[in-house]
Design a protein around this ligand. Sequence first.
Ligand code: 5AD
Ligand code: SF4
Length: 446
Amino acid sequence: MGVTKTFYIETFGCQMNAHDSEKVIGTLEHEGYVRVEDEADAGLVLYNTCSIRDKAEQKVFHRLNEYKRLQGEGKKFAVLGCVAQQEGEKIFERAPYVSLVSGSASYRNLPAMLVRLEAGERRITGLDDRQTDQTFDTEFTSRSNPHRGYITIVEGCDKFCAYCVVPYTRGKERSRASNSVLAEARRMADAGFTEIQLLGQNVNSYRDPSGRMSFAELLVAVGQIAGIRRVRFTTSHPRDFTREIVAAIDATPTLCDHVHLPVQSGSTEVLRQMAREYTREWYLERISWIKAAKREISITSDIIVGFPGETEQDLEDTVTLLEEVGYDAIFAFKYSPRPNTPATGRADLIPDEEKSRRLQVVLDRQREIQRKAYARHLGQVMEVMVEGYNHSRAQVTGRSSQNKTVNFTVGQPILPAMGSYLPVRITQTFPNSLAGEALRGDDDRD
Ligand code: 5AD
Ligand code: SF4
């Protein structure tokens, strides 16, 4: 009697995936499983996968091969997430020791799937794909950070950009009711969380199923919860970006001074072929709204280089757009053909070496843009949330409202607590971080 059920979980991919894992962990723990840190000790090994670019996917199959040596001893294996949804039952063929394959749109059925797993069933699938209207709301979320936590408000995606696998792996777009979001945010505030990050593949295409609130109104409502000091949201799609969002940030000090608004390309022609449904000018108009805000809002982006048919001039358009916006950070990627996506069949693919060269062009220019962008903070005082310590250099590390990394000294032997907020004067700037000194001791208001 009472054999301990143990599990080990490994997570790849985006913040949505990281947060899904927190919900999966909470669900498993509620079902009586105990988490272990070493896969060798686990009765159930779960692998939450990502398929956004090919390297991520190759990693999965590499890891699955490594699992082979853990086989025996009654161990069970589960593949979750985007590769699970994408590859489906093919995973059983490639890795016959896997007993459960489930995409994120089926996680609400996890407790039932676990019962079948325990009963010894060998090939359990949760591959609802685009059928479901439901979101994965659970009260059993096991958050990894006690100060800052995620809440998913939109799942799935209906945009079907020509390069992107997400609409096929995460199902159709569905929003969570504002009441449910606010109840979770209040529970988090009561539990001591001060920062909330609202998540969605297209977070700003949020449509309250109860019709009560717009996305901007939800932002304000979360920002007004007592105890919440920072609210972030990611990822915004330019198509759904409204002036109301900027007005919400203006009106609500707890909404962070940061918008992540991926442009993907600065060329209108490439944007058209990507099916992004906006032009360079249309995007820049949204940027002008953000720049007209009362507070200075940091703007960041995602860029894809080497999309099929991208010309030298298109690349130059991307570089000039980087300069025109003056992004504080970008995530730049080489285009990677994804299964099932419209762009994959194109004949005008760009060779990998050329994609690498273009990526380097973009990264080099962006580094110079950031060097200047970060330099403007010299001498400023900003509030920093403490995230960690670098003991060897007697430094504290944290993040500003603009989501910039700030390393600073405190001028006293007792280090400020994790999750506390301090005013820091910036004395040095770099292309990717700021350095400074705290103005006074630990500021634990509220
Ligand atoms: N190839 C390269 N980058 C991609 N992204 C999404 N799909 C692809 C792909 N097939 C990038 C986009 C997106 C980010 C999360 O990943 O820039 O915004
Ligand atoms: Fe990866 Fe996209 Fe799935 Fe996130 S949604 S895990 S980035 S494929």
